[in-house]
Design a protein around this ligand. Sequence first.
Ligand code: HEM
Length: 281
Amino acid sequence: MSEELSPGVDPGSPDLFPDGDYRFHLTLRRGDPRAFFAPQDPTGRVLAERARWLASEPHRYAALMPEGEPLVREFGAMVASWKLGASTGGRMPLAHARGHELLFTLGRSLEPDILLLSPDREGVIWLRGGALCFPTGWALEEKMGRSMEVIHGVVPGLNAALGPAIQQVLSKLKPGVAFLRDNWGLAATDELNLHPARAVPPPAAPVALDRLWLRVEHQALVALPQAAGLVFGIRIALHRLDRIAGTAAAAGLRRGLATMPAEVAAYKRLDGIRARVIELL
Ligand code: HEM
């Protein structure tokens, strides 16, 4: 896999490392849904890898509950209306395809991962399905059919800081807009697929900047108004740390690492290396 995926995305963007000490934030930018999901990898390697994971272990990398059927249909129709056809290898979603078939087609045709969510009668938002080939250390099968609060429950302090705000934002997405945000972490590999079953080791001492990657999750929230739900897209970008040393991104990363609460650093598997990374950057 290439060392600099999505080279057009600037890791020095102030949105990734906002001014100030580390904190969970809910800053959303407005974007174009088509632009987020449109192909960005001219080599075709991302789609080839997605197809490989989806074929080798379909139940691990894709899942759909009955409540997800209308969501995948609406998202499939939305993608078809974007006419990305030729650039996605012509694998366009078929209007008549069954939900699972449509989900797999979308999972193989789009570079970002996709997760489908909708509220219950009380307004609580649940994960109803998705095609997730490049998770950052989590398993779709464990999160399926769970609420946002339960899904985020493992992230220390997140529900307390932002739980109600996240619920509010997800319930009130304006149609036709992609609401964009980013998460970052460090990985000791440029592998895209960090499913827990692969047991990819966390960053560890001794630290070398050319063996560590800034792993950015570019995320998009897009309303599915007919089905009263939403799609959550995640696109991974990797930046090898020796290549960003000395840049604005490195300054933001140093500050983020230095001010991150210990329990968050432990959750992000950074506690063993963060002091040394700060020294080296
Ligand atoms: C505005 C909305 C959201 C915000 C602010 C948010 C925020 C976060 C943050 C800060 C983390 C910790 C990641 C890290 O720092 O490394 C996280 C993890 C995660 N989020 Fe979200 N999130 C949002 C929406 C969603 C949605 C819609 C899903 C859909 C399934 C989701 C699924 C997850 C999962 C699976 C994790 C990893 C949990 C684990 O490690 O098991 N998030 N989120």
